[in-house]
Every structure is written in C-alpha cells, then in structure tokens.
Design a protein around this ligand. Sequence first.
Ligand code: KIV
Ligand code: NA
Length: 264
Amino acid sequence: VQRIRTHHLAQAKAAGERFTMLTSYDFMTAELFDQAGIDTLLVGDSASSTVLGHSSSLPITVDELLPMCRAVAAAAKRAFVVVDLPFGSYEESPEQAVRTAVRFMKEGGAHGVKIEADASTAHLVAAVVRAGIPVIGHVGFTPQSEHAMGGYRIQGRGDAAQKVLDDALALEAAGAFCILMEMVPSETATSVDQALTVPTIGIGAGAQTTGQVLVWQDALGLNGGKVAKFVKRYADLRGVMTQAVTDYVQDVRSGAFPAQEHTY
Ligand code: KIV
Ligand code: NA
C-alpha cells in the first residue's frame, strides 16, 4: 500500500475530493482504522479525556502522549499519522515548539504534528515547519484554550468569522500544510476553505471542508457520555461491549466458560 502524504491531501482539495481522519491512541484501533481506509490518524490530546479520564485536554503530557503516538505509527501502513502538541509543550518559544515536535517525529514516529494556534502564535508554526515537520494548524474552537474561550463554544459566528479567517490565513502563510477548524458555522468554514490554498479538515465545521475528523469513541458509540451535535454515531460499541462483558461474567459464574473446546 502507498503511504498517504501531505501532497495527497492537497490533491484531494484540488480534485474536489474528501479525505478522512479519526483519532487513534493505540495499536489495534490504528491497525483497524488504517485497514478500513482512514486516510489520516490523529493521536489527539483528546486522549487526556478518552484514555486518561481527565475532564479536559489540558493535563496530558508529552511523555503520556508519546507512547500512544508510537503505537499508532507502528500500526499505520497507509495512513498519515498526526499528533497534537499538548498544552504547555510549545507555547513558550519557537525553540520549545521545535523541540517537542522533533520528539514526536523521532521517538513517536509521527508524520506530522497539529498545533492549536492563531495569527499571534503563527511564528511557532513557522519554526516547526522550518525544522522540516509538516504542521496542521488548528483554529476556531481550540480545546486547550477552553478557559480563555469561556467553555466549549462555537467560534467564528457573525463578525467573529473574520478572526477565524485571519488565523487560518496566518497559519497558511506560516507554512501549515492543512488547517483544521473546530466548531465554526458552516458558512465561516466554507469561506475559510475557499480563501485558503491548502486543504482543510473540519469537526463541527459543516460539509465544505476538504476532510472530516471525529473522535473515534464518539463516532463508534463507545463514549457513554453526552456527545456534541456534530457527532454522528456509526455504531453502538458501548452496547455491544456491555453485552459481551455481561455474557462473560454470567458464563464464568455459571461454569459455562471455559468449555471443553477452551481447555487443554
Ligand atoms: O484532540 C483531538 O482529538 C482533536 C480533534 C477533535 C480535532 O484535536
Ligand atoms: Na486536540
């Protein structure tokens, strides 16, 4: 199989085609998603919640996200593997951003990194790009800034659309090969996509972005909590797994498992 590269995502935009991204944090889901045809895998700092159980993406560290990245990169034969630079691992200086991104490429086996940034922090993206590392710029709602933004709120409504556009253009100018937009109105995302040369990815950003991304536990229905309006549930893994575990518990208690065929 041929590895997806940044130019394939650019070609998708030029051809009016769509590409896909799902989060992944471990070997077996990455292998499965890769074989099912997902183009890009995101080792998101959403692992802070989905894997580690924190209530936000702020607490997760580079040392916690690195082994997840290594596992996903080891499994992905075709997908382009992108990892988030966690909160606190890049904001201080371009040097810090490069140092962290280099660790994810070298030790984590990533093919690129994603950075939550805006026009005022575009120099951080530029420094990482200069190090030869492909960068996705994340604009709109940026979960690492949830406290500054006053919670999970839609960005880029009405007059605020200009800021999302300015941020996206600044990150493109800084060398980002792709711009991810989170929780922005479809009209805003559409005008940003049209203003940019590089491809876009959306989550809660409507249907006009080049690519779409979802957190896999949301999309496959493993997450038992409340999910955002932008999530489509493609399966009820929580129901399937709960039934399986309940059956296992019952079988062990009743003596039905292990049976003769499971026994040496
Ligand atoms: O961390 C993450 O999973 C993300 C996506 C939701 C875009 O940043
Ligand atoms: Na993230």
